[in-house]
Ligand binder design. Sequence first.
Ligand code: SAM
Length: 299
Amino acid sequence: MTRKSTMTDLGTDEHIKKTAALYVVATPIGNLDDITERARSILQQVAVIAAEDTRHSGKLLDHYGIRNRLVSLHDHNENSRAEQLLGLLREGRSVALVSDAGTPLISDPGYHLVHTVRAAGYPVVPVPGACALVAALSVAGLPTDRFYFAGFLPAKSTARNKVLDELVQQQGTLVFYESPHRLLDSLRAMVSVLGGQRPACLAREITKHFETFLSGTLDELLQQVTADTNQQKGEFVLLVEGFQGQAQDSAWTDACRWLLELKDEMPPSKACSVVARMTGVKKKALYQWMLDEGLDSKA
Ligand code: SAM
C-alpha cells in the first residue's frame, strides 16, 4: 500500500508499506469525529478489513466515504478467519482489523488473530484512537498512576462476587465495563464486597448525546442510579478507587486461616510445622502469632 508521509510520521508506515502488515485500527466509541486521519487512510488502502460486524462497520465506512472489502471476524470464526487473513499477508497484502467501537481486542475480538500474525513473523501495527476505558479514566478524577482493567464482571452472582473478592486488595483504580441490565446488580455487589465508602465514578455514554459522569462513593452512586432510571440507560464504564489500606501477604493470610482450622486438632507446635510446610511461612513466625493471639492453649 502507498501512503503520503507527513512531518509527524516518524517513519513508522514507511517501512511497513514495503511489507504486508496487520493494522489494528481504533474506531469511535460514539462521536464519529473521533477517528484519526491515519485510520481513515489505512482503512481505505488495505486489501481487506476484518470487522466484528460487517453491517455495522459497513455503515461506519460509508459515513467516511471509504469503500473497501469487509469480512467478518468474531468470537465464533476467529480461528479459521485468522488462517485466511494470514494467507493474504503471505501474498504481500495488508489487512486491517476493526471492532464495533473503540480499540479492537479491548473486550472485543482479535486476540487470536494478533497472536497468530505475530507468531508468523508479520508486523502488527497499532492505529490508536478511542477506547472507553482510557477516556473514562482520563476524566474520572481517580488515581491513574496504576489501574486494573477488569472488563465485564460475570453475570452470575457467585462468580461476580468471587472476581470482586480477588480485587479487594488491588491497589490501582479498578475499571469495569458494564451493560445497562447488569449495572444495578454490579453496583450492589461492589458495595457489599468492596465496601460502600470507596470513591467511584460512573462514566455513561462517553462522547455521545447523553454523556454523564457521576462521582461519589459506591453507596451514593447506587442510590443515584436506583433513583434515576435514566442513569441506567446506555453504555457504562465504572471506576472504583483501589484498596488504600495495608496489603496483606496472601501466604500469611492463608497460613493464619489454616492455623485457626488446626489449632483444636493438634498441639500448636505441630500445627505450626504443618502450616509452615503447606504455605512456606516460617514456623517461628507462626508460633509467635499463635502466642500473640492467645491461641496456644494446647501448648
Ligand atoms: N473495544 C471497546 C473499547 O475500546 O472501549 C470496548 C468494547 S466492549 C464490547 C463495549 C463496552 O465498552 C460497553 O458495554 C461499555 O461498557 C464500554 N463502552 C463502549 N463505548 C462506551 C461509551 N461511549 N461510553 C461508555 N462506555 C462505553
